[in-house]
Write a protein that binds this ligand. Structure first.
Ligand SMILES: C[S@@+](CC[C@H](N)C(=O)[O-])C[C@H]1O[C@@H](n2cnc3c(N)ncnc32)[C@H](O)[C@@H]1O
Length: 206
């Protein structure tokens, strides 16, 4: 498996620790995240199976034999990346890296999908690329400090007003979803995922 965006590695290090057959190669463009991640990976005793590299995922993972990508991709929508935490900038709609990933060669993409980051466009891109959503887990999250940065919140309001996403005054939804092209998994729960992300539910005041 390969990973786009290691962060501090704590989430995936636990998965690797619990699955002795699993090997993950991960990339992050942020040097501080890479240092923190390597420390967490060493502390969890999985450095032999969870490697962390400093650099762009799309360059590093090109040509990888891995069939599965896992990612909590940058998800903040904003007109530019001049943000408090630039590594969380997901392009104008918040889903640029996820959509790019879904345009790649991967059989399986396990990804976090934020309800305010144009999940409509994400689901369209996934369907166009032949992916089905076979399972997901969704939960509500508070709109936090980074989501409330004014130019991010303005963009979230625009996306919600254009029926491209959902948030209310306090919260939004995040789902971790499996997008797959595997012929063994025929079910498609895209519509259920859209429902779990509250698409179509009355939302954030303008
Ligand atoms: C939302 S954070 C997720 C971090 C961690 N996986 C987690 O769930 O806590 C996204 C991460 O992707 C990294 N990132 C952004 N663009 C990237 C790229 N092109 N290649 C690799 N990593 C990237 C950022 O630096 C950031 O650490």
């Amino acid at each position: 498996m390969v990973e786009l965006g290691t962060g501090d590695a704590s989430a995936v290090a636990g998965v690797v620790a619990g699955l002795p057959g699993l090997t993950v190669r991960s990339w992050d463009v942020d040097a501080d995240s890479v240092s923190a991640a390597r420390a967490v990976v060493a502390e969890r005793g999985v450095a032999d199976r969870y490697t962390v590299e400093h650099g762009d995922f799309f360059a590093g993972a090109a040509g990888s034999p891995a069939r599965t990508v896992i990612t909590n991709p940058p998800y903040l929508p904003a007109p530019d990346g001049d943000l408090e935490l630039p590594g969380l900038w997901g392009g104008p709609d918040g889903n640029a890296l996820l959509v790019r990933l879904l345009g790649g060669p991967w059989e399986n993409v396990v990804a976090a999908v934020a309800s305010y980051a144009d999940p409509v466009g994400t689901l369209e891109a996934a369907a166009d690329a032949g992916y089905r959503v076979t399972s997901f887990l969704a939960m509500p999250l508070e709109l936090g400090r980074y989501s409330r940065e004014p130019k991010v919140l303005d963009r979230i309001r625009d996306l919600v007003a254009a029926d491209r996403g959902w948030a209310d005054d306090d919260s939004y939804m995040v789902a971790v979803a499996l997008f797959t092209r595997s012929p063994l998994l025929r079910v498609d729960r895209s519509a259920e995922l859209a429902g779990a992300l509250q698409l179509g539910v009355p939302a954030l005041a303008a």
